[in-house]
Design a protein around this ligand. Structure first.
Ligand code: PMP
Length: 419
């Protein structure tokens, strides 16, 4: 019976084999929320109103109430503390997820029609942001010299070295856009690998999938944003961390920016121009308090350790499991999202693998993305994502089950002999 479920859904299903036991959700997002937080939310939502300190439940509070103001202010303080955000940065709670900001950025940042604007394209998400910006300006698309401009961004398997980037950027640029972690192809500007470039123009960073997993050097950054569906909370919203100086610049689209995308309006109204995602911000506040108990150093070390365990396993299993990003660029590989091929993309073995994972209560390895690998003559990788809701123990369990599957197949098919 279970077999037919997994075959029909080809491993896309998040419903696991054994619903009575722990489910290991390695999905690229929305991502797992720690159990403690979930049970505290569930307590607050229970019909016994005494659970939530405000009497009513967090699903019912008004955004204009002092109670919500308290939650929002507390979330901002916790965020500033965790990420060591300097006082010259303002936090905006915006909507429309990451895509909302893809549009907000050019609308708020363009000063004149001839502005020089750079988009460093390293994968699908920076490519999306670039394409959105093209609607409002003529940005320069910067990609690694090893690729051609029209190559599908799914094929990108390296980021641009900082040194090269500094040579490319001219001094009078308006802004340079970068995605610090490409969630689909698994490329990251990692602290221990390549640092974000020092540039004179304003640096705008999409941190959607690595925010709250490592320290950030704010000296270099004008605007950072992260959608809330990975380490932060639930999907739909977005946090923008923005240097106050940005609010005082000339804007070409000054009176034409839709209110919902206008950073200055968010600042003036304390992110209350329209009704914010109250429940999401309530969850985020809880998560931030929880993370602050650990601190960013411990979180960062754990993130590195989880990825190291996985890469070590994949690198030593090259014939059976292969990391999607080539070995030469080890320092570019993401700590958060690790795509890999099973048996060089062999469809039948991959399906058997997914079934084995399903029976092990491991889900979220295969996602229906808007980007079709087969359209570009590519083998479809599976992917594991190690956001903050995933523990080191979870990763060890995953590896154990992967090894178990490998042994099973080797025994069954004598796979190596046939290579
Ligand atoms: N940027 C990155 C790096 C992402 O991973 C995603 C979503 N997976 C987005 C932007 C888009 O975010 P949203 O779906 O919330 O618009």
């Amino acid at each position: 019976m279970y077999k037919s479920i997994v075959n029909k859904k080809l491993g896309y299903n998040l419903r696991s084999f054994d619903l009575t036991n722990k489910i290991y959700n390695f999905s690229p997002g929305p991502a797992p929320i720690p159990k403690e937080i979930l049970s505290s939310i569930s307590d607050d939502l229970s019909s016994d109103s005494k659970n939530f300190k405000y009497g009513i439940t967090p699903a019912e509070i008004s955004h204009r109430s002092p109670e919500f103001d308290e939650i929002k202010k507390s979330a901002e303080l916790e965020l500033k503390k965790l990420m060591n955000i300097p006082n010259n940065f303002k936090i905006l709670w915006t909507q429309g997820g990451g895509h909302g900001q893809f549009a907000s950025i050019p609308l708020n940042m363009i000063r004149t029609e001839g502005d020089k604007i750079n988009y460093i394209v390293t994968g699908t998400w920076s490519d999306r942001a670039y394409n959105e910006a093209k609607k409002f300006c003529t940005p320069k698309k910067i990609i690694s010299s090893n690729f051609t401009i029209d190559l599908n961004s799914l094929k990108f398997n390296e980021i641009i070295e900082t040194n090269n980037l500094e040579k490319i950027l001219e001094e009078d640029n308006n802004y340079t856009y970068i995605c610090s972690n490409e969630t689909v192809n698994g490329l990251e500007y990692r602290e221990d690998g390549i640092r974000l470039p020092k540039c004179d123009s304003n640096l705008i960073v999409d941190m959607s999938s690595d925010f709250l997993t490592k320290k950030v050097d704010w000296n270099n950054i004008s605007v950072a944003f992260a959608c809330t569906s990975k380490n932060l909370g639930m999907s739909g919203a977005n946090i923008v961390v923005i240097d106050e100086k940005i609010f005082h610049r000339k804007r070409l689209y000054e009176n034409k920016i839709p209110g919902i995308l206008d950073w200055n309006l968010y600042k003036e109204t304390d992110s209350l121009y329209n009704t914010p995602p109250i429940f999401n911000i309530y969850v985020i506040e809880k998560l931030l308090k929880y993370y602050n108990k650990k601190g960013i150093d411990i979180i960062e070390n754990e993130s590195k350790l989880k990825a190291e365990l996985m890469y070590e396993y994949l690198d030593n299993n090259d014939l059976f499991y292969k990391p999607f990003i080539s070995k030469i660029n080890k320092s570019h590989r993401s700590n958060m999202n690790i795509p890999f091929l099973v048996c060089d993309g062999d469809g039948i073995i991959m399906e058997e693998f997914l079934e084995h994972m399903y029976n092990s209560n491991i889900v979220g390895l295969r996602t229906k993305t808007p980007f079709k690998f087969e359209d570009f003559n590519m083998k479809e990788p599976l992917r594991v994502s190690f956001y903050n809701g995933i523990s080191v123990e979870d990763v060890k369990y995953l590896i154990k089950r992967m090894e178990e599957f490998k042994q099973k197949i080797l025994y069954k098919t004598n796979y190596y002999k046939n290579l």
